[in-house]
Design a binder for this molecule. Structure first.
Ligand code: UDP
Length: 171
């Protein structure tokens, strides 16, 4: 048994969406249902194998960059962090649909929707066999969710960091 941090980029969660697709209600289709359900099934498999799992979600499928040159970087990064929160709630729901007990903790407080990130509480959830999804990255602008994955990994004293992303990166 090991404790794992899994970093899921927004693009990995979105799957084969071209960005133009709409759902039946006319809203932008953020996810390919089969992809997110497939990811949830793989997390469940790891979970059932006895591993303790924390997931750090990216947000690149929803927001990246800036609206225009007029938008400052901090505002743009706040939008990016909100995007990771949306992905966290989506993944939580896919895991719960498979019967996996899951908690979302966010680095920026949004208490009506998710627990605030508290290191000891997150560790306790993992001890109890709950999957913990970490949203809003580090909570700070000018950072990436890869940094958040590394940060949560050391805080949670994990054995392994797994990265799922489409773009190859330096890590
Ligand atoms: N972000 C941030 N601080 C963090 C983590 C993320 O400001 O600690 C913002 C940043 O704007 C970033 C966006 O959230 O572009 C989405 O994160 P990331 O690009 O890492 O997602 P991914 O590429 O993995 O989908």
């Amino acid at each position: 048994m090991s404790r794992i941090i899994l970093k899921l980029s927004g693009e990995a969660l979105a799957g084969e969406n071209d960005g133009a697709a709409r759902n039946e209600k006319g809203a932008v289709k953020l996810y390919d249902e089969q992809t997110i359900a497939g990811i949830a099934a793989q997390v469940k498999e790891l979970h059932e194998a006895g591993h303790e799992i924390g997931v750090v979600t990216g947000g690149g499928n929803i927001w990246r960059g800036r609206l225009s040159d007029n938008m400052d970087r901090t505002r743009a990064d706040h939008m990016g962090m909100l995007a990771t929160a949306i992905n966290s709630l989506a993944l939580c729901s896919s895991l719960e649909a498979l019967g996996v007990e899951t908690r979302v903790q966010t680095a920026i407080e949004m208490r009506q929707m998710a627990e605030p990130y508290i290191r000891s509480k997150a560790a306790r959830h993992l001890d109890k066999g709950r999957v913990v999804i970490f949203g809003c990255g580090t909570g700070n602008p000018f950072m990436s969710t890869d940094t958040a994955a590394a940060l949560r990994a050391v805080e949670m004293e994990v054995d392994v960091i797994l990265l799922a992303k489409k773009v190859d990166a330096v890590y």
